[in-house]
Design a protein around this ligand. Structure first.
Ligand SMILES: NC(=O)c1ccc[n+]([C@@H]2O[C@H](COP(=O)([O-])OP(=O)(O)OC[C@H]3O[C@@H](n4cnc5c(N)ncnc54)[C@H](OP(=O)(O)O)[C@@H]3O)[C@@H](O)[C@H]2O)c1
Length: 245
């Protein structure tokens, strides 16, 4: 298969930000979408908007930290549309803070969402992709996987894990599967600093106002990786605002 049209794409973190805009972008190009997130009202609003514009989308309330939720998400693709072509693992949390604040629940959430969540997606989609002898993982990391800045160490560590897991998966994926890492820089979304320490959040919000790029920049990078022919793997994309150091 080449292109986006007709592909069945499951996407986590679809209720806002990069995930929401990517879902709309892919729907506009004819993808059939299975969208996951925890906030049902926000998720339903995205599904309704896509459907009203003539697109095809179904929402599944998922917490990516729960293995069975990811299985429900990927199985919905197979049950509703007969197959699954792509899993975009995008769900994430940017509740960053200095270590001394000991915000251990936030540390746990970043590990659960970025690492366990990614592994749950691999566990759910890999058997389907193997059975079909085709499929693509698109994993969203961050430029924080390349450069550690304070107070983003836990976030950076978990996004580095996303990068490492993606490369390992790519090496094991064989000739039938494609594995893509997309690492955005500063992007204008509601998630920037959300839930983090007030000081860290304020600094990130100021940076967002000054340098962030629109989420559509990430959506089109994800679309580019998906639209390549079967035998072509876009392994890694880093997309950042020009003004980001
Ligand atoms: N914005 C940036 O500057 C930036 C830069 C680099 C990388 N990223 C990455 O891009 C991805 C999207 O972030 P964003 O900027 O678009 O922020 P966002 O608007 O806050 O989006 C995050 C999405 O993840 C979902 N989510 C969070 N925890 C979840 C969980 N446990 N289970 C299921 N869904 C969960 C949220 O939905 P619910 O709350 O409804 O579950 C939401 O849809 C994240 O992985 C983030 O780390 C962002």
């Amino acid at each position: 298969m080449t292109g986006i049209k007709g592909k069945v794409i499951a996407l986590t973190g679809a209720s806002s930000g990069i995930g929401e805009v990517t879902a709309t972008y892919l729907a506009g190009r004819g993808a059939r979408l299975v969208l996951g997130a925890r906030r049902e009202d926000r998720l339903n609003a995205v599904v309704d908007r896509i459907t009203a514009q003539g697109g095809s989308a179904v929402g599944v309330v998922v917490d990516v930290a729960h293995r069975e939720d990811l299985k429900r998400l990927t199985d919905t693709g197979v049950d509703r549309f007969g197959r699954l072509d792509v899993l975009v693992s995008n769900a994430g949390t940017m509740a960053v803070s200095p270590f001394d604040e000991l915000r251990q629940d936030d540390w746990d959430a970043m590990v659960a969402t970025h690492i366990t969540g990614l592994l749950n997606g691999i566990g759910a989609a890999l058997p389907i992709f193997r059975r079909q002898r085709s499929g693509q993982f698109v994993n969203v990391a961050s430029t924080a996987a390349y450069v550690v800045t304070s107070p983003l160490a836990v976030y950076a560590a978990t996004k580095t894990a996303v990068k490492v897991l993606t490369e390992g998966l790519r090496q094991e994926s064989g000739p039938d599967l494609r594995v893509t890492l997309v690492s955005p820089g500063f992007t204008d979304t509601e998630g920037v600093g959300k839930g983090g320490s007030p000081e860290a959040a304020a600094a990130l919000l100021q940076q967002r106002a000054e340098i962030a790029m629109p989420p559509s920049a990430v959506a089109s990078a994800i679309g580019y990786a998906i639209e390549q022919p079967d035998g072509v793997d876009i392994s890694e994309i880093v997309v950042r605002p020009t003004v980001q150091a």
